[in-house]
Write a protein that binds this ligand. Structure first.
Ligand SMILES: [Zn+2]
Length: 238
């Protein structure tokens, strides 16, 4: 990490929190991840995003930004321990333009309820299609087993190791709401009902995937996408 992070800036906006020469610093990594996700069609049209937690600090992409063009200066930073009222969120650092993302309370749910280090939200067409297929059978649970891709998913919160080929991966589906922030309650309910899940699908919308680290969150998001959907579609799950 750069020494720049230890030097408060004179503007009072704590810009030192998003300045680092380290490519793995969250303020550099979030734009880099979003550029990659954009090429997959996961975060096009300013939708979707990613957030990284580093101990108490949470780094967030803003609302309405072109995700493939995002820069470290666009990143919001907050301290989890300073949050008292979700309706009056306290930010340590805010970009000069943009507004906070409506995904913020959902990302924070993954950090506080699951101790996640990273949460990724995509508008993947495959995630949307899975929810549409499940809708035809009035199901709010995606289940799949005997498929190679599930070996990339952890066994569950505070459990060691990953799922095996014959284990069953379960991902709950919640219903979409007109405003993304209003998904928070049902996302938390799904987390309570399926404590081992690392992802929640949002019907006709996309998916939230988290992990203890950026690496794990990214791996699980990739494992869920097209290959799993295609195999799931041909298997006995619908
Ligand atoms: Zn969304």
């Amino acid at each position: 990490m750069s020494n720049q992070e230890d030097q408060p800036d004179p503007t009072g906006n704590n810009d030192h929190l998003i300045k680092s020469a380290d490519s793995q610093h969250p303020a550099n990594l979030i734009p880099e991840l979003c550029r990659k996700f954009w090429t997959l069609g996961w975060v096009t049209g300013t939708g979707g995003g990613a957030s990284i937690r580093n101990d108490d600090l949470v780094y967030l992409a803003p609302s309405g930004v072109q995700k493939e063009l995002m820069k470290p200066e666009d990143i919001y930073v907050l301290a989890l321990s300073q949050q008292v009222d979700p309706k009056q969120r306290i930010y340590l650092r805010s970009p000069p333009a943009f507004k906070p993302s409506q995904c913020t309370p959902l990302f924070i749910a993954a950090f506080t309820k699951r101790n996640a280090g990273c949460c990724i939200h995509t508008h993947s067409q495959w995630a949307v299609l899975v929810t549409l297929l499940l809708e035809t059978v009035q199901s709010d649970l995606f289940e799949i087993n005997n498929i190679e891709q599930i070996k990339g998913f952890g066994k569950g919160f505070q459990k060691q190791g990953n799922l095996g080929y014959h284990d069953t991966l379960k991902i709950p589906v919640i219903e979409n709401t007109p405003h993304e922030e209003d998904l928070t309650e049902s996302l938390e309910e799904a987390m309570n009902k399926y404590p081992d899940t690392y992802a929640v699908l949002v019907r006709r919308h996309g998916i939230y995937v988290w992990g203890e680290t950026v690496h794990k969150a990214k791996t699980q998001a990739e494992r869920f996408d097209r290959p799993l959907f295609m195999e799931g579609n041909s298997a006995d799950v619908f």
